[in-house]
Structure formats: structure tokens, C-alpha cells
Design a protein around this ligand. Structure first.
Ligand code: ATP
Ligand code: MG
Length: 553
């Protein structure tokens, strides 16, 4: 592989496996459980796994880890595939389902039983848990541990045949009840669950557990490097034990890395599901959600997400990444890509008293640094809107925007001067009377006219398109909403995470944008068209704020 940066520790392991001839072809996998949609935490894993396959010219499998019929749904399978495709990742023909291996897995379980390495335990699960001991206390054997092979085979066959009810018995690997590693104290590998599986229907009433399914699925697919998050490090001895005991033809290597945590964010699918089910957000694709669907609707791009994942790197040390780091990468990408437009979100009317023409069409660049993108036409007329906070009757020092008697440049247009402030009965400013200086037309400004410090955005009132603008803030008010023992994460929901502005106005050059089309609304931030937009009622999401530097120049 050739990249400019130095290799992370996983790439180093793979490289040395290739150099030593241990592997010719690298096979990784991304194994989501279809019990929710993908989130930005998963992005670290799928960018890594698909990225390794690309850089080592191998392949990355998409495997649905669908062993729990109670929580899984084909809605999530389709959603996850859609998200990965949108990200630009390609699993080719390598789409797999752990449930397709149920027959093979059953065979492996029987093989373990025959080798006296697994037994049926009919103690209640509660009891089994109690007998497992603790970090300081060794576990104790259940009576079932002493079953003979024949009895275990008979019971397991009957488990499969549906003779016993849910929870009546389980199959356990027979390893070591006094192991210092709790995962090795005869872990559960099969349980009874009389539930309909989204792919297998009612074919099965026993289901293999994750720790049993995962290494064997990796092995069946010939995965070479099974990359997972650090909490599975303690499960690795079990991963290896199973493959060793079953003398499998290949033995993938499990490698752990630190999971991604982001401040002010919740990343567990279970918690995200709660937010959705309790309607605390507007679905999985709510733009405040850290899901891929939410980020996409918010206006994030695959490039930004990949650059973010690449930048945070891959290590074995847990850390919390600032949400602002993620925002940096979308800002960086959209700064390059987004066409510019002007939008006024809190309009006050400006009447240009000395403007005699009906209208004129000014020209502005679509992108300041990309002349190849061309120009756009911006209408100017006697009645304009500017944003209320670009006018101040009692300006503080160094206030360069519009003030009574003051001058300001209208971006891409003229310099105007304010002569009169009109207020309603409540004392609110509702209209500004101004004059414009025809000599100050943008682009043709004589040197002498340049001495206006402030530049503000505006739209022409009769031409502007009315639109709805949705402004988002962090979903949680606490940097670590899931990290409090005594307080539920939902207590930290930010009541101001969504502000809907119905009466915003945007310049007409944007036409009829398609869902997810991006814009930089000058001085306001990056926005994208929302799927709720209709031809007559545009809706924009603010993706991220802008660092406003030029207004203060
Ligand atoms: P959650 O706790 O959100 O439900 P999960 O680990 O149960 O996540 P899976 O669908 O099992 O979700 O995850 C698929 C893959 O994504 C796994 O390999 C898992 O390690 C990885 N993954 C999940 N969350 C993160 C994260 N925050 N950072 C990095 N990788 C993650
Ligand atoms: Mg999981």
C-alpha cells in the first residue's frame, strides 16, 4: 500500500503478514447488527475495514450479524446498505448474513458437544450468572457440566426440535470455571428463542450467541483480519479457543482498536432507538442525530466523514473527540464545493429611496475561488431585506454593519446609507429608509468609495424566495450525556437543539434545489436542501456555521 501518512498499527500488522507470506490476500469485514441504523461511531469501523481492503487490494465483506430475532429487522438491513453505498463503499458480491450460517454453526456446536467441549445446562440463566463467580471469586460448575456426551447431544437435538420453552436450557462451551477471564467461564453459546427470524422465519428456535457466531463466521468467509473495538479484547481468548478446538482450516486474527467517542453525543444504537421511539427526535434521519442518515440529511458529505475518520486515526487508546473536529471536516469540504447564495433569516425591510429603476440584475461569482463555476444573476430593486442583526440603533464600538446615518456595503451590490428608522407601536424596527450610491457598484468600485468597513448580505424583496430554515444546535447539553451513573442521558437533551425559521428569504438564483444540494449562505453558514422541500416551499438545514471573517474586514 502507499499512503503519505505513516501506517497505523493495524496496517503495520497486515503489511507484515503480507511480507512474511502469511496472507496473499487481505479479507476484512464490517459486521453490523441490523438492530438500528449506522452512526458516526460505525463510520470509524467501516472506513477502516473498507479502507484496509482498498489499500491492500483485498476485499471487505459486509456481514449482517443477525443472530437476535427479537431486535433485528430488514428495514435496518436496507438502511445500512444504503448508507454504505452512499459512503461509496463497495462490498461487491461479498454480502453475507450470519443467519445463513445457522446450519453450519449448529454443526460446529454438535462437534464441540461430541468432543465433550460443550454441554446443555438447564439451570435458569439467573442461577448460571450467580455461579459464574466474580473477578475475585472463581465460578462454580453447574450440575449440567457433568452430563455425558450422549445426554448433551440428545438435549441439544431436542432444543432444536422445539421441545423446550424459552430459557429452559442453554448450550455452554466447556472451558474453565476458574479462569481469571470471565468470558472463559463456560460461556453461553446457544439459547432458546421461539421467535420469527427476519430471514429464517420459524425455521429455528435456538439461536447462537455473538461470541460463538462471530469467530466462526469470520472463519467461514476466510477473513484474515477481524478488526473490532477494544471491549472485545477480553473475548479474544474465546475467539481463539473456538477456532482451535474446532480445528478450523483457517484462523482469522482478531485485532482491537479504540472506539470512537464524540463529546455531546450518544452513540449507542439502543439509546438512539429510544430517542426515536419516544419521539424525542424526528426519526433516525433527524439532522440532529449522529446517525449516517442524520448527518446526510444535515448536509454532511461522504468525503467529510471519510476525512474525519482518517484524521482521528486508529489507536488502542480510548479518547473523546470534540464535535467541533467533525464540523471542521464538513466545513472544509463544503468550502470547496458549495455554491454561494444570499439568504436573510430575520428580515427587516430596507427601502432604497433614490433607486428609480424597477430592477437590475447584478452579477456575482458562484464560488469566490472557482471562476470555472461561473457567475449568478442577483436581482436588485427598491425594496430589499437585510438581517435584523445587521442593523443596530445603538452600535457598540467597532460595529461596522448598518447604523442610523451609517454606511455599509451590500454584498455583491452597492454601498447604502441609512437615513431613517421606522418602528411599530411596540418600538420594534420594521423598516429602514436608505439611499444607495450608484458609484459604488460592486466590482467597479473606485478606490475612494471603498472606505466602508462592513459588508452585509441582503435579498431583493420582490424577487426573493420564501423559505424555511432549520438551525441546529448540539442535541445534548452535557459533554458526556451517557456517562452519568445517576442521570439518564435523556435528562441532558438540549431543548434548543432545533430552531425553525419559517420566514427566511433566499436569492432566486438557487432555483429549485434537489434534496441534499449544498449552499453557502454568505455569512450564515453551510446549508442543504431538505427532503421536506417542495417547489413552492423550500426548506434548508443548516449543516454547520461559517467562520465569519470577511464581514469584519
Ligand atoms: P452500538 O453499541 O452502537 O449498538 P455495536 O457495536 O453494538 O454498537 P454493531 O452493529 O455490532 O454495533 O457494530 C458493527 C461494528 O461497528 C462493530 O465491529 C463495532 O465494533 C463497530 N463499532 C460500533 N460502534 C463503534 C464506535 N463507536 N467506534 C468504532 N467502531 C464502532
Ligand atoms: Mg453489537
Amino acid at each position: 500500500m502507499d499512503t503519505e501518512r505513516s501506517k497505523n498499527f493495524i496496517e503495520q500488522i497486515i503489511q507484515s503478514d503480507i511480507d512474511s507470506g502469511k496472507h496473499q490476500k487481505v479479507i476484512t469485514r464490517f459486521p453490523p447488527e441490523p438492530n438500528g441504523y449506522l452512526h458516526i461511531g460505525h463510520a470509524k469501523s467501516f472506513c477502516l475495514n473498507f479502507g484496509l481492503a482498498v489499500s491492500f487490494k483485498g476485499q471487505c465483506h459486509l456481514r449482517f450479524d443477525d443472530t437476535n430475532p427479537l431486535t433485528e429487522d430488514s428495514e435496518f438491513i436496507d438502511g445500512i446498505k444504503q448508507d454504505l453505498s452512499w459512503m461509496g463503499f463497495d462490498w461487491g458480491n461479498n454480502l453475507f448474513f450470519a443467519s445463513d450460517y445457522f446450519e453450519a454453526l449448529y454443526g460446529f456446536a454438535v462437534q464441540l458437544i461430541k468432543a465433550d467441549k460443550a454441554y446443555v445446562d438447564d439451570l435458569p440463566v439467573e442461577e448460571i450468572r450467580n455461579l459464574r463467580g466474580s473477578l475475585t471469586k472463581p465460578g462454580q460448575a453447574s450440575p449440567g457440566r457433568a452430563n455425558c456426551v450422549e445426554k448433551n447431544l440428545d438435549l441439544f437435538t431436542r432444543m432444536r426440535a422445539g421441545e423446550f420453552s424459552d430459557g429452559a436450557m442453554v448450550l455452554r462451551a466447556k472451558i474453565d470455571m476458574s479462569s481469571p477471564n470471565m468470558n472463559m467461564r463456560d460461556p453461553l453459546i446457544y439459547r432458546i428463542r421461539k421467535a420469527t427470524h427476519h430471514r429464517q422465519g420459524d425455521k429455528w428456535c435456538i439461536y447462537p450467541l455473538y461470541d460463538f457466531t462471530h469467530p466462526l463466521s469470520d472463519m467461514i468467509e476466510g477473513v484474515t483480519h477481524s478488526v473490532c473495538t477494544l471491549e472485545f479484547a477480553d473475548h479474544r481468548p474465546l475467539y481463539d479457543w473456538l477456532l482451535d478446538e474446532l480445528k478450523t482450516p483457517c484462523h482469522p486474527q482478531q485485532i482491537e482498536f479504540a472506539r470512537l467517542n464524540i463529546d455531546y453525543t450518544i452513540m449507542s444504537k439502543r439509546n438512539l432507538l429510544e430517542l426515536v421511539n419516544e419521539k424525542l427526535v424526528n426519526g433516525w434521519d433527524d439532522p440532529r442525530m449522529p446517525t449516517i442518515k442524520g448527518l446526510r440529511r444535515r448536509g454532511y458529505t461522504p468525503t467529510a466523514i471519510k476525512n474525519f475518520a482518517e484524521a482521528i486515526g486508529v489507536t488502542k487508546k480510548d479518547s473523546i473527540i470534540a464535535l467541533s473536529t467533525l464540523e471542521h471536516y464538513i466545513r472544509e469540504d463544503l468550502n470547496e464545493k458549495a455554491p454561494r447564495a444570499m439568504c436573510v433569516v430575520d428580515p427587516i425591510k430596507v427601502v432604497i429611496e433614490n433607486y428609480e429603476a424597477e430592477e437590475e440584475w447584478l452579477e456575482a461569482k458562484i464560488h469566490p475561488k472557482k471562476p470555472e463555476l461561473g457567475t449568478r444573476k442577483i436581482p436588485f430593486s427598491k425594496e430589499l431585506y437585510i438581517d435584523a442583526n445587521d442593523f443596530n440603533e445603538n452600535p457598540p464600538p467597532k460595529y461596522f454593519r448598518l447604523t442610523p446615518g451609517g454606511r455599509v456595503r451590500l454584498r455583491n451590490a452597492y454601498v447604502i446609507e441609512c437615513h431613517k428608522v421606522i418602528k411599530n407601536d411596540q418600538g420594534q424596527v420594521i423598516e429602514l429608509r436608505c439611499t444607495y450610491d450608484v458609484e459604488t457598484k460592486s466590482g467597479k468600485t473606485p478606490e475612494g468609495q471603498k472606505k466602508v468597513k462592513g459588508i452585509i448580505h441582503w435579498v431583493s424583496k420582490p424577487h426573493a424566495l420564501n423559505c424555511e430554515v432549520r438551525i441546529y444546535d448540539r442535541l445534548f447539553t452535557d459533554p458526556n450525556p451517557g456517562g452519568h451513573k445517576d442521570t439518564n442521558f435523556k435528562e441532558f437533551l438540549n431543548p434548543d437543539s432545533l430552531t425553525i425559521i419559517k420566514s427566511a428569504y433566499v436569492e432566486p438564483s438557487i432555483g429549485t434545489p434537489k434534496t441534499e444540494d449544498h449552499f453557502q449562505f454568505e455569512r450564515l453558514g453551510y446549508f442543504c436542501a431538505d427532503k421536506d422541500s417542495t417547489e413552492n416551499a423550500l426548506v434548508f438545514n443548516r449543516t454547520v456555521t461559517l467562520k465569519d471573517t470577511w464581514a469584519k474586514k
